[in-house]
Write a protein that binds this ligand. Structure first.
Ligand code: PAF
Length: 284
């Protein structure tokens, strides 16, 4: 496994792979790798000749007062995991390499970026799209793998890829969970023991919505959201940012459930903001 730190070295390699007709899978991460990332790496290895793992804590996707400084950084541990999983290349540039002095260009997907998490985290998705676009240009992947946990991020990247005619297949991989249902995330490491005990409430609220939609055939979004809110509020450390039911492609909120819907929520558990979602099929 090779570790590449500069854009020019990475570009040289990706051009070589193109000439050789090799397919390249990209797993873009901010490091602090976990089982969720491992599932993306596995899929990439099955589908491509070469898998590149990018590790870059992207400053431009963090807002003021967010956790950029304390975001877990553990390159040595990440290297060991990546090596064990058979990654060929780690691309781990510095901030100066990605955003040299005088950097001015940003990519924004309108509308989709200002709702849900975009509403609470102004500029977040502009930062995500900018860095993902740069990674796509530098690495030129055939396929790029993203987890369903960040569903809105994935839809925005899909849209950017389509609108900007980027030649990359964006692939969504299922959420990987702890046994208690908690969606695995690098930010779970911030949780105290008691917060960890309470954090599966996001999953439990989604299960509640699933039961109401699938079993009880409930179609009133407002009522389902109300029941979910009730569940989340039963945990003392939980504070709701949002709970929504949306159309899975447009991310527009829906009042009456029919066909497949996206139920998603963002909840603060103490000082840690967690997100989760289910795609649920109601009656047509
Ligand atoms: O999901 C993440 O870890 C980040 O948002 C990503 C896609 C690596 C961009 O920095």
């Amino acid at each position: 496994m090779k570790i590449i730190k500069t854009v020019s070295q990475m570009r040289k390699l990706s051009l070589k792979w193109i000439r050789q007709g090799k397919s390249v899978g990209l797993i873009s991460t901010m490091g602090a790798l976990h089982k969720g990332h491992r599932s993306l790496i596995k899929q990439s290895r099955e589908e491509n000749d070469i898998s590149v793992l990018s590790i870059f804590v992207n400053p431009v996707q963090f807002g003021q007062g967010e956790d950029y400084k304390k975001y877990p950084r553990c390159l040595q541990k990440d290297k060991r995991l990546a090596e064990k999983e058979g990654v060929e290349i780690i691309f781990a540039p510095s901030v100066e390499e990605m955003y040299p002095q005088g950097y001015l260009t940003f990519v924004n997907v309108e509308n989709l970026s200002s709702v849900l998490c975009g509403n609470s985290r102004a500029g977040h998705f502009k930062g995500v799209c900018t860095v993902v676009n740069k990674l796509f240009n530098i690495i030129k992947p055939t396929r790029a793998y993203f987890g369903q946990k960040d569903y809105q991020q994935l839809k925005i990247i899909e849209r950017m890829t389509k609108d900007l005619n980027l030649n990359v297949a964006v692939i969504m991989m299922p959420i990987v969970r702890e046994e208690n249902g908690l969606a695995i995330s690098s930010r779970n490491s911030y949780l105290s023991g008691e917060e960890r005990r309470q954090a599966p409430v996001l999953f439990n609220a989604l299960k509640k919505a699933e039961e109401m939609i699938r079993v009880k055939k409930e179609t009133d979004s407002a009522y389902i959201i109300n029941q979910m809110e009730h569940k989340v509020r039963s945990q003392s450390k939980a504070k709701i940012d949002y709970i929504k039911i949306c159309e899975p492609e447009s991310l527009k909120e829906i009042e009456k459930i029919s066909g497949e819907v996206l139920v998603l929520l963002a909840v603060w558990i103490g000082k840690t903001r967690l997100i989760d979602n289910f795609l649920i099929k109601g009656d047509e």
